[in-house]
Design a protein around this ligand. Structure first.
Ligand SMILES: Cc1cc2nc3c(=O)[nH]c(=O)nc-3n(C[C@H](O)[C@H](O)[C@H](O)COP(=O)(O)OP(=O)(O)OC[C@H]3O[C@@H](n4cnc5c(N)ncnc54)[C@H](O)[C@@H]3O)c2cc1C
Length: 324
């Protein structure tokens, strides 16, 4: 069995930044990830990573991986399928083999809920988006539709209406779940609401051209010409195997961490989208860096090499008013 000081599960920006920071602290560290780059790799152009020119998410992931590896972090593309996190020595089982370590950092992110409409997968990154903050600016003076009825959906629609020429909000019910204050803002905006409707099909050639929507009361369908469709119906944190291993999660399935990014289990840390943070690359990377540094402190039992035991004090769960 390969043994490490720190095993990082997830190779998105949180995991890759954590790998870099851990390796620079001379920890024996490995990143185990199903795929490289996580959600970041779906971003055709990342324009808001400080200090970087617009760059494809996949390319940014490659650069982050190269940087972490340069300092000695190992990276393996393997899916983690089983965990034992409660003992001092933790074991991590992948589809390939078993690893052990003294600490584990969970950076498994989350995945956006899909509409499951025909054409959705085909047009991801070519008109279908799950992130208005990220992709909105690409739709200047174009027609867009936002799907959903939550605060996120409403805020995205208002934001997009300031960029796009026309913005629709399509919701399957006749009322929104969003906060009153956002509903009022929506009324004052240019957004056109289409109630009681679901998207059945997304069509286009290279890029999205139109969607077919169905009225759920009358079953009538109609076409709507649009250039972009923003699917804002929620997200699912990737926490199933951690939950089974005893890691505490909150009511929305995000992993609970204290102000040191440590979970309820000693030596088990979590960072990035999986903790319910503001879902942005820069935030995930920053949290990964901090969590890895705290893993180092946990392993060394003191602050930056001092011999005194790490005092994490009483658990103060990190506040998680998710910024959406
Ligand atoms: C289309 C799109 C465009 C975006 N554009 C931008 C943008 O322009 N700017 C911006 O700041 N943000 C953008 N975001 C948001 C940003 O990508 C995320 O906030 C960020 O990637 C979260 O990083 P993370 O490391 O926490 O998790 P993720 O990126 O989700 O990475 C999680 C990793 O964990 C791995 N994993 C999960 N389960 C397992 C398992 N069991 N075993 C092994 N590995 C596992 C996954 O394969 C993945 O590699 C975009 C998101 C999307 C979907």
């Amino acid at each position: 069995m390969e043994t490490y000081d720190l095993i990082i599960i997830g190779g998105g920006p949180a995991g890759l930044a954590a790998g870099l920071y851990a390796a620079r602290r001379n920890l024996k560290v490995i990143i185990l990830s199903e795929m490289l780059g996580g959600q970041m790799s779906w971003a055709p152009s990342v324009e808001n990573y400080p200090g970087s020119k617009p760059i494809s998410g996949l390319k940014l992931a490659e650069i982050m991986k190269k940087q972490a590896k340069k300092f000695g972090c190992k990276v393996k593309l393997e899916k983690v399928v089983g965990l034992n996190l409660k003992d001092e020595i933790k074991t991590v089982r992948t589809t390939e083999k078993e690893y052990s370590s003294k600490s584990v950092l969970i950076a498994t992110g989350s995945h956006y809920k899909k509409l499951e409409a025909e054409g959705e997968d085909k047009f991801i990154g070519r008109g279908v988006s799950y992130c208005a903050t990220c992709d909105g600016p690409c739709f200047k003076d174009k027609k867009v539709a936002v799907i959903g009825g939550s605060d996120t959906a409403v805020r995205s629609a208002i934001y997009l209406s300031e960029i796009a020429s026309e913005t629709y909000l399509i919701h399957r019910r006749d009322q929104l779940r969003a906060e009153e204050v956002n509903q009022k803002r929506l009324e004052e905006s240019k957004v056109k609401i289409i109630w009681n409707s679901v998207v059945e099909k997304i069509e286009g050639d290279k890029l999205v051209k139109k969607i077919i929507i169905k009225d759920v009361n009358t079953n009538e369908t109609k076409e709507l010409d649009i250039d972009g469709i923003f699917i804002e119906i929620g997200e699912i944190p990737t926490t199933e195997i951690m939950k089974a291993a005893g890691v505490e999660i909150n009511e929305k399935n995000f992993i609970k961490v204290d102000s040191n990014f440590q979970t309820n289990l000693p030596g088990v840390f979590a960072a990035g989208d999986v903790t319910g943070s503001f879902a942005q690359i820069v935030v995930a990377a920053a949290e990964g860096a901090e969590a890895a540094t705290n893993a180092y402190l946990y392993l060394r039992g003191g602050v930056y090499g001092e011999k005194k035991p790490a005092d994490y004090g009483e658990k103060k769960w990190k506040k998680q008013p998710r910024i959406e």
